[in-house]
Design a protein around this ligand. Structure first.
Ligand code: HEC
Length: 150
């Protein structure tokens, strides 16, 4: 009896996961053009990539890293836009889940900027991009993982 229940639950879990993956695939092809939020995300990706390449250039003196003011300004504007840019999915902000993840990410970005751009804080910030993406299942996780500094 319990065994049957267990397999039933397992099947439910498996089924709901696979339908979730379907949604992700569909989400990647956006028939309505790019949303404001999608553009912000792409810009954030590029900002983070610029920060990473500054690190790589300064590999011998990570503690002396100096980020270009334009990068910082653009990056700050973009991460602040996470909480108000118009998303593809109009229901995205119907509950507090998205905002919760956005705030955690924004806090880690502020922390990165105020605490001497440490590599640990940088990677923490990238992990927080991924955590939100895991929740919303958006299929860009492999690409975001490449932003990590090893
Ligand atoms: C709070 C949740 C959240 C956080 C944090 C987050 N994302 Fe996203 N991301 C989303 C959502 C939701 C979308 C879909 C946007 C849309 O289509 O409106 C998205 C879309 C994207 C896309 C695809 C954009 C396109 O071309 O359609 C990329 C790339 C991306 N995010 C990268 C990042 C990176 C890099 C970070 C961290 C610097 C990040 N995201 C942080 C939720 C998040």
């Amino acid at each position: 009896m319990f065994k049957t229940l267990f397999y039933f639950l397992l099947a439910c879990l498996f089924f709901s996961c696979s339908t979730k993956t379907e949604e992700c695939k569909k989400n990647q092809i956006n028939p309505n053009g790019d949303s404001e939020l999608a553009l912000v995300m792409r810009a954030l990706y590029n900002n983070t990539l610029s920060i990473k390449s500054e690190y790589i250039k300064n590999i011998d003196s990570i503690s002396n890293i100096k980020l270009n003011l334009n990068i910082i300004e653009d990056f700050t504007l973009n991460y602040e836009a996470l909480n108000h840019a118009e998303p593809t999915d109009r229901d995205l902000r119907n509950n507090d889940i998205y905002k919760g993840f956005a705030d955690i990410y924004i806090n880690s970005s502020t922390e990165f900027l105020t605490n001497k751009y440490s590599k640990e804080n940088y990677n923490l910030m990238v992990n927080n991009c991924i955590k939100c993406h895991e929740q919303f299942c958006l299929g860009t996780i492999d690409k975001i993982r490449k932003l990590h500094i090893r």
